[in-house]
Design a protein around this ligand. Structure first.
Ligand SMILES: *Cc1c(COP(=O)(O)O)cnc(C)c1O
Length: 462
């Protein structure tokens, strides 16, 4: 499988090079040159596979020429052995036609572990195979950082530096990152918000000589390996329902920030999975909701909400969708992104907007509705949603048609976001792994929100 850039000036390159490149050198995002098609027969064959077996089949379509099957199998098995549930991503029915896909049974209790356990092992594998150092640089709104650190802590040949917005991540998220004492981990707490962190990272990666000299690698959801790892659970959820006797297409409702998770669902649908509606749920940072409704993509005012991992204005994976919306026309995408840089917005014409609305339904959940949803599901169904998941569930309740079956993605465990849960006077029992964090010492470095300040810290660390 070859990979090319959405802006047309990189490619074709192989899977490992695409993983190592992260952001494409022309500023675009890497996508598979052709999307592999999964036939009805293959779907039927995959139906009874375990999660790791299914992951191996899906990954083989995208990376098999470069990673021998035995090696890939070991990477996959190691990555999902760290999960606490035998199904890795179990589906639970909460009420008629609404199922919750629990993606939070990995080491850091958020869905990011599904991709980052794999990416951590993959980087270690690549480092061994190429006998070269890997320096990982990433920005986080909270969950990616913890998960990426957990994926590579203590691994030989790898150093990791994570930027998070100072004081704008939840207490548990902060502790998960900063209580790790392995020498290969550096946490920078940046004076700014997540968009500032993400901008700094993008600028440092765009500095190609710097990136090459220091072997900088990405773990953000722009990395194609993350998207691919996330397509697996759409298939797996579908099969779980099918094995329970549910036939026909299924909607997925996805709490969305950087558009990585929902793009994986879009890719699964393009591969041939019978997906009904892809419901895009946002919080008050609703740039993507406005895009789906009006065809205008324009960052608005930044809001802090109960779902901080979705407090994002510029969705870094969105360009991948634009690429397919414009019929894989890299020149058109380059022009749109150029325009976005100059004018700060993208406007798509009516006929494209109709396509967008065929691909997605969207709903932005306000803070009070988010909390009300957590309260309602707790009282009526005895199920405690985290605030991100609650956005997806609220959107599903609004947008799923009568009789349609919807799977709402549970992207985090509620213990990670107790600040919001407490407001409802709901007392939850923390899992012991989270409870233990409160007694550990923290390590982090405060830095200003400029790329010079961050660069200076990096040069000390590398
Ligand atoms: C990262 C994250 C999201 C958003 O996922 P994207 O791929 O960025 O759209 C939603 N919920 C939680 C808990 C997250 O950690």
């Amino acid at each position: 499988m070859d990979y090319i850039s959405t802006r047309g000036k990189v490619g074709a390159i192989g899977f490992i090079d695409a993983v190592l490149m992260g952001l494409a050198d022309d500023g675009g995002l890497l996508v598979p040159k052709t999307i592999p098609q999964v036939s009805a027969d293959t779907l039927a064959n995959w139906r009874r596979l375990s999660y790791p077996e299914l992951a191996l089949e899906v990954f083989s379509l995208y990376m098999s020429e470069e990673i021998p099957r035995e090696d890939l199998k070991k990477l996959v098995d190691d990555s999902y052995a760290t999960f606490r549930d035998e199904h890795v991503t179990p589906v639970r029915r909460v009420k008629n036609n609404l199922h919750i896909l629990e993606l939070f049974h990995g080491p850091t209790f958020a869905f990011k572990d599904i991709a980052l356990q794999f990416l951590g092992n993959l980087y270690a594998y690549i480092s061994r195979r190429k006998n070269s150092i890997i320096h990982i640089l990433g920005a986080t709104s909270g969950d990616t950082g913890a998960s990426a650190i957990e994926g590579v802590r203590g691994k030989e040949g790898i150093r990791i530096c994570i930027l998070h917005p100072h004081g704008k991540v939840s207490k548990v998220q902060e502790l998960q990152m900063t209580t790790v004492d392995d020498a290969n981990v550096l946490n920078l707490s940046v004076d700014g918000n997540f968009d500032d962190c993400q901008r700094i990272i993008k600028e440092l990666f765009a500095d190609v000589p710097f990136k090459q000299k220091y072997h900088l690698r990405a773990i953000n959801s722009i990395n194609i390996a993350r998207v691919l790892a996330q397509t697996v659970y759409y298939f797996y959820a579908y099969f779980q329902l099918e094995n329970q006797g549910q036939a026909g297409p299924v909607n997925f409702s996805v709490p969305t920030g950087n558009f990585g998770d929902i793009f994986a669902g879009y890719l699964a649908k393009k591969m041939g999975l019978p997906v009904g509606k892809l419901i895009l749920a946002t919080n008050e940072n609703n740039i993507l909701e406005r895009f789906v409704r009006e065809g205008v993509y324009e960052p608005g005012e930044f809001h802090m909400t109960y779902s901080p991992s979705m407090d994002i204005q510029v969705a870094s994976n969105f360009e991948r969708y634009l690429y397919y919306l414009y019929g894989e026309d890299a020149a058109a995408v380059s022009a749109l992104m150029e325009g976005f840089k100059k004018e700060g917005k993208i406007v798509v014409p009516g006929e494209k907007l109709r396509q967008v609305q065929a691909d997605f339904a969207a709903y932005g959940v306000q803070n009070d509705e988010c909390l009300a949803t957590v309260g309602q599901y707790h009282d009526e169904y005895g199920y405690l949603l985290d605030p991100h998941t609650a956005c997806g569930v609220a959107a599903a309740d609004r947008l799923a048609g009568d009789g349609e079956v919807t799977v709402a993605l549970a992207t985090a465990h509620p213990a990670k976001f107790n600040e919001a849960i407490e407001l409802l006077q709901i007392e939850q029992t923390f899992p012991p792994q989270i409870e233990a964090l409160f007694d550990k010492p923290q390590r982090q470095t405060l830095v200003g929100g400029s790329n010079e300040a961050v660069k200076a810290e990096l040069l000390k660390f590398f």
